[in-house]
Design a protein around this ligand. Structure first.
Ligand code: FES
Length: 106
């Protein structure tokens, strides 16, 4: 099972076994990872699932769709490595992906 590692702004790490085909957001919500509210339930319409993807993983992800790009403009403090975690689908190629939750959301 691929792992997803969530890092809080204070540096706490949560390592979660994620089923392939689920999203980084869904695994955060199911496991009560703080700071990922996912108010729209994964419809790419709220930006409350915003995360910073560790640089080692950014190139392994598909480019964001236009809708995700647009919604990231509404995220708190977006950076070049910002993504919406509801749009990141877990699979074996990204086993160990590490994402940091923005301070403003935690
Ligand atoms: Fe709303 Fe990701 S859950 S944009």
């Amino acid at each position: 099972m691929p792992k997803v590692i969530y890092v809080t702004p204070s540096g706490d790490r949560r390592e979660i076994d994620a089923k392939a085909g689920t999203t980084v957001m869904e695994n955060a919500v199911r496991n009560d990872v703080p700071g990922i509210e996912a108010e729209c339930g994964g419809a790419c319409a709220c930006a409350t699932c915003h995360v910073y993807v560790d640089e080692a993983w950014t190139a392994k992800l598909p480019e964001p769709e236009a809708m995700e790009e647009d919604m990231l403009d509404f995220a708190f403090a977006p950076q070049d490595n910002s993504r919406l975690s509801c749009q990141i689908i877990v699979n074996d190629d990204i086993d160990g992906i590490t994402v940091t939750i923005p301070e403003e959301q935690a």
